[in-house]
Design a protein. Structure first.
Length: 216
């Protein structure tokens, strides 16, 4: 979803350990892993109410993990010059598209639940609107995850779209997991990760501001 730095191509340069997938191969492995995990989940849990509910929760967590990796890639590189942060930044786009794959499965799970068990499914207007906006941003950011789209939109418009979309998704995740944080350690941990990610981006921003010379 996000554009990688104009440096060595994914899979080369510092931080590209032998055998570690990079580039679109990384996205492919993420998609395969998600599909395999889904198959194992349904083999163990079945396709009843609890099985689909569990799939909704599982894909929400995999989406959060992939989103945070892409969301934190650049600020982490700015604060920590290491092979791992270099690999994350170079593969930020591909992790972001992997997040889109995960959240597509999440959307399928929600629609499955809503259509098969409408008498159980509950979602208020705010949840539906927030979810719809999130998927619109994911679609737009995924569709513009290429150098050609970057050139067509221009740097300013591309950055505005991806920055706005990233923070919108972050906020929706925070509201979703925060609503049950008091009752669930997993949700509380997810909220802590989201807040830490925001703090990381703030720290990177403040460092950039300190290093930017004041205009004369």
């Amino acid at each position: 979803m996000d554009r990688t730095a104009r440096a060595p191509s994914a899979g080369s340069g510092p931080g590209a350990a032998p055998g570690v997938p990079s580039g679109w191969a990384l996205t492919g492995w993420i998609a395969l892993a998600l599909l395999a995990a889904s198959a194992v989940h349904f083999a163990l849990m079945g396709t009843g109410v609890e099985g689909v509910r569990g799939w909704i929760r599982a894909t929400a967590r995999s989406s959060l993990l992939l989103f945070l990796l892409a969301f934190c890639a650049r600020p982490l590189r700015q604060l920590w010059r290491a092979p791992l942060s270099a690999w994350l930044l170079r593969n930020r786009r591909y992790l972001g598209v992997g997040f889109a794959c995960s959240h597509a499965l999440h959307g399928v799970a929600i629609l499955w639940f809503a259509f098969v068990w409408p008498e159980i499914y509950q979602a208020d207007t705010t949840t539906l609107v927030a979810g719809g906006v999130t998927y619109v941003f994911i679609a737009l950011m995924t569709a513009t995850s290429s150098d050609r789209a970057f050139a067509w939109l221009g740097r300013a418009r591309w950055q505005a779209l991806h920055r706005t979309g990233s923070w919108t998704i972050w906020f929706v995740f925070l509201a979703t997991f925060g609503g049950q944080a008091a009752a669930s350690p997993i949700h509380a941990g997810s909220v802590a990760l989201l807040l830490a990610a925001a703090g990381l981006r703030l720290a990177a921003y403040l460092r950039r501001r300190r290093r930017t010379p004041a205009p004369v």
